[in-house]
Write a protein that binds this ligand. Structure first.
Ligand SMILES: C[S@@+](CC[C@H](N)C(=O)[O-])C[C@H]1O[C@@H](n2cnc3c(N)ncnc32)[C@H](O)[C@@H]1O
Length: 454
């Protein structure tokens, strides 16, 4: 039988949502006022990190607006909008590639810049560019201040002279975008649909070889300027990772109790060039740190650290060590084995292998800290705080990015973001358990794994 909400129920839900929007808006307004009164010289890190109240208010507003639209919109209209919303992404990709934000950086907010001038600078037909920009203006990215004259909106302004962000936006426009097209066929292929082989993902279908994303990006090719070297996309990826890492890192430092680690040893497994450890070593001078990654990455790390923080290396407080995380862990009995953005790159069997090597090296009170996006199941999780009713337990629309990013992991690595329950299932196979999750304001969570449940 069809179950439809009665008019009375719908009205009740709508009114509750309006109440929530009202209350959350007051929190946001108070924060804005406090910001205006507050000290001007906050560090960029503090500026980016919302207070816990602001973070919660934003989640509620986003979830409530999503639900409000769903209830009030005509269903076919809404479904149609979702079906072609990839053109919104495409319009943003085009604006990022054309560096429209920089072209408009000094333009008068009331006058705007005539589209013909913008078009000439970026090399796109003026009428077509108008339509791309109007698509974005409709969702409040840029503004058309008078006919054919464009200026910044508060949101588009963030893109000015922000190469890290530009690369992060563009990242979604390249192989990941082509892979979404291949995912469509792949999921219906009776054999390939069941593969969790990282070399059989939509990425390989899109690139036409069997290389993993990083192998592909690092592959030496002839570049547009005639030189031979890694693919030009690698630069965009590297910049994008710095940008996104910085944005989520501030919340991770603020919302996990790092001080409690005292003068313990933390091994950053698959730690890249050691960006997290660079921050941790400055903020928590008592910590002893080991960065492990593949040899080529560790070589890059050595150059960076000798420039950024040579004393940490010279005194031996920070060590940079080449190590394959699919081999036995050489550093035994460390207090913490830390994995940021590592497990989400791998299917379950590979994660079990990585964790089993750590389990083998752990003393009884060692822990593994996994920093990754946490998928909050739509029907809720015992490990995570549920949103207030009538929002879905995972805050609905406010959780959208975690889910779409999970699909990006599916398309690029045949891997996944995990729910706490999925991570627990993987951990158990390696002899570990999920003990606690610190939900950080930046969208990632820090999950503590131990050998024994206390
Ligand atoms: C997404 S990056 C995350 C880097 C770092 N943890 C961070 O949060 O910035 C994944 C890292 O895993 C490393 N990696 C991949 N395969 C590895 C392996 N078999 N052994 C060690 N590191 C590996 C890569 O070189 C890369 O630095």
């Amino acid at each position: 039988a069809r179950i439809a909400m009665s008019a009375t129920d719908r009205a009740k839900t709508l009114r509750t949502l309006i109440g929530m929007l009202n209350d959350a808006s007051e929190v946001v307004i108070k924060e804005w006022e406090a910001e205006e009164r507050g000290p001007i010289n906050t560090t960029p890190e503090q500026t980016r990190l919302a207070s816990p109240a602001m973070f919660e208010a934003r989640r509620i507003i986003s979830g409530a607006c999503g639900m409000f639209l769903d209830i009030t919109q005509e269903p076919t209209t809404r479904l149609t909008e979702v079906a072609n919303s990839f053109f919104l992404s495409r319009a943003l990709h085009i604006a990022a590639k054309a560096k429209i934000a920089d072209v408009l950086s000094n333009v008068d907010e009331n006058e705007g810049l005539l589209v013909d001038i913008i078009a000439m600078k970026v090399g796109i037909n003026a009428q077509k560019l108008t339509r791309v920009l109007r698509t974005l203006c409709t969702i409040h990215i840029f503004r058309e201040v008078k006919p054919y004259h464009f200026a910044h909106s508060p949101t588009s302004r963030v893109m000015i002279d922000n190469e890290y962000l530009r690369c992060w936006l563009l990242l979604h426009a390249m192989e990941i975008y082509s892979a979404t097209d291949k995912l469509f066929d792949l999921l219906f292929d009776p054999v390939k649909t069941n593969s969790y082989n990282p070399r059989e993902s939509a990425w390989q279908e899109a690139t036409g070889d069997n290389l993993l994303p990083y192998e592909y990006l690092e592959q030496h090719v002839e570049r547009p300027d005639g030189s031979v070297g890694p693919r030009p996309q690698l630069d965009i990826w590297s910049h994008a990772m710095v940008g996104v890492g910085r944005a989520s890192a501030a919340a991770m430092y603020a919302d996990y109790p790092w001080e409690a680690l005292g003068c313990g040893t933390l091994v950053d497994v698959g730690g890249g060039v050691g960006g997290t450890c660079l921050d941790l070593s400055r903020k928590f001078p008592n910590l002893r740190l080991v960065v492990q990654d593949r040899l080529e990455t560790i070589r890059k790390a050595e150059t960076i650290w000798m420039h950024e923080y040579p004393e940490a290396i010279q005194t031996g407080r920070v060590r940079l060590v080449a190590h394959d995380f699919f081999a036995p862990q050489p550093i035994r009995d460390a207090d913490v084995y830390f994995l940021r953005y590592v497990l989400h790159d791998w299917p379950d069997d590979e994660c079990v292998a990585i964790l089993a090597h750590l389990r083998e090296a752990m003393k009884p009170d060692s822990m593994v800290l996994v920093a990754d996006h946490v998928i909050h199941p739509t029907a809720g999780s015992a490990y995570l705080k549920s949103a207030p009713s009538p929002l879905p337990p995972n805050y609905g629309s406010a959780h959208q990015f975690e889910n779409t990013h999970d699909l990006a992991m599916m398309a690029t690595h045949n891997a996944m973001e995990r729910t706490p329950e999925m991570l627990e299932a993987v951990a158990v196979r390696a002899g570990l358990h999920v003990i606690k999750i610190w939900e950080c304001r930046g969208g990632i969570g820090v999950t503590e794994l131990r050998r024994d449940v206390a």
